[in-house]
Design a protein around this ligand. Structure first.
Ligand SMILES: Cc1ncc(COP(=O)(O)O)c(C=O)c1O
Length: 401
């Protein structure tokens, strides 16, 4: 993909511009949502040429499922943000993850998966991959644990940094070096960084998957995922599986994502700044045992965050001395933080993390073993509201709990 500009904020504004009409010399700023089920060819020669290019692995739409101009513009933008060669869109972040796993793993293969990844990856293994003969181990994301779980048939290392829920920064360059030395493909869920504040492909990963549902879309009104491939050698597997699975994305959702992406930087920066203020307020409360936010200087992952990330977003977790009942009262008393699982939109959200989910994370178990006493954990997404209002809301809810 040719680079649009040197600075990402310029890329975000200039990607996917509508072409000018060659006769009138005019055109809209915003590329329309090109909806189609069918691609027309001007001649049989053009048809044959398109088919040949598609079979050679190029992005050529010969039917509507791949999508036309709007899809192509968003794919190009995601490639540029992530530093990849090709992006494949999927109807949700989870669909991008499952497509990537299906493309890169076969019966008899084994994958090592960091136990801090987005929870539904476990369900996808249990309900689909295991049945198709693919084994997975969910292990602590450190080299010693990975080495102990390595098998002759291990083909992939699947990571997410920072981890879902407890936000621990992984040493992706070191883990990738170890994985490549053992011939493994490295896939990283980069929904947190969304191609703006974190770049797994530049840190050595082979494929970056992300939910554009979150910060790229940014307005809690669409579902969309993408898998971005760093080297040409992995394009074929993704292209064939993408086509074979038959899942497709509507042009209107891609158009909304393209529009949302224009303000990706502004929104992430503002949310990250608000989250840091919320984090500092939380850390001063007697009921707070621990705040998890890598951009906060007291977070143990802060050094890795400083080295590998260029910013943050509004996602944080907090461990409280409140028991589950008190934590539920706190959540119910919040007025500005909506109760909901998602994040990456303009609005603040809160969810109560279940004890069983926490138990599945080796990081949580190690914190408890080293003395952390918490009765509940909340995950907060800090949005674009005025932070003074958010702090006031938290203060009243803490008092009510
Ligand atoms: C880290 C991460 N990856 C992937 C997903 C899945 O995205 P989607 O909801 O679009 O399927 C989520 C959703 O919460 C997520 O938090």
């Amino acid at each position: 993909m040719p680079k649009t500009a040197d600075h990402v904020d310029t890329v975000l504004q200039h990607a996917g511009q509508a072409p000018l009409n060659p006769i009138t010399g005019t055109g809209p700023v915003s590329l329309p949502a090109v909806r189609t089920s069918t691609v027309r060819f001007v001649s049989m020669a053009a048809h044959d040429q398109a088919q040949m290019a598609r079979h050679a692995g190029h992005r050529v739409a010969t039917y509507g499922r791949l999508g036309l101009d709007t899809h192509e513009a968003f794919e190009a933008l995601v490639c540029e943000l992530e530093g990849g060669q090709r992006a494949f869109l999927a109807p949700s972040g989870m669909a991008a993850i499952s497509m990537t796993l299906m493309a890169c793993l076969s019966a008899g293969d084994h994958a090592l998966v960091a136990d801090c990844v987005y929870g539904p990856v476990r369900a996808f293994h249990k309900t689909v991959l295991a049945r198709l003969g693919v084994a997975m181990d969910f292990v602590a994301p450190d080299i010693e644990s990975l080495q102990a779980a390595l098998r002759p048939e291990t083909r992939m290392l699947y990571l997410e940094s920072p981890g879902s829920l407890l936000m621990q920064m992984l040493d992706v360059p070191a883990l990738t070096r170890w994985a490549h030395a053992h011939g493994l493909l490295v896939v990283v869920d980069n929904t947190w960084g969304s191609g703006y504040v974190y770049h797994p492909l530049a840190l050595g990963a082979d494929i970056s998957v992300l939910a554009a549902t979150k910060y790229l879309g940014g307005h809690s009104d669409l579902m969309l995922g993408a898998a971005v491939v760093r080297d040409h050698q992995h394009i074929r597997a993704l292209a064939d599986t993408h086509n074979a699975l038959g899942s497709t994305v509507g042009a209107d959702d891609v158009w909304l994502a393209l529009r949302g992406a224009r303000t990706l930087g502004l929104r992430m920066e503002a949310s990250g700044d608000h989250a840091l203020q919320v984090c500092e307020w939380l850390a001063a409360q007697p009921q707070v045992q621990r705040v998890f936010f890598p951009a906060w200087p007291q977070d143990p992952g802060h050094g890795l965050w400083q080295r590998d990330a260029s910013g943050s977003n509004g996602l944080l977790a907090v461990a409280l001395s409140f028991d589950q009942h008190q934590a539920r009262r706190l959540v119910d008393a919040l007025r500005l933080f909506g109760i909901g699982y998602s994040w990456g939109g303009y609005e603040s959200l809160v969810s109560l993390v279940s004890p069983a989910t926490l138990e599945a994370h080796s990081y949580w178990r190690s914190l408890v073993a080293s003395g952390l006493q918490a009765g509940s954990v909340l995950r907060l997404h800090v949005g674009l509201e005025d932070v003074a209002d958010l702090l006031q809301d938290l203060e009243s809810a803490f008092a009510a709990a």
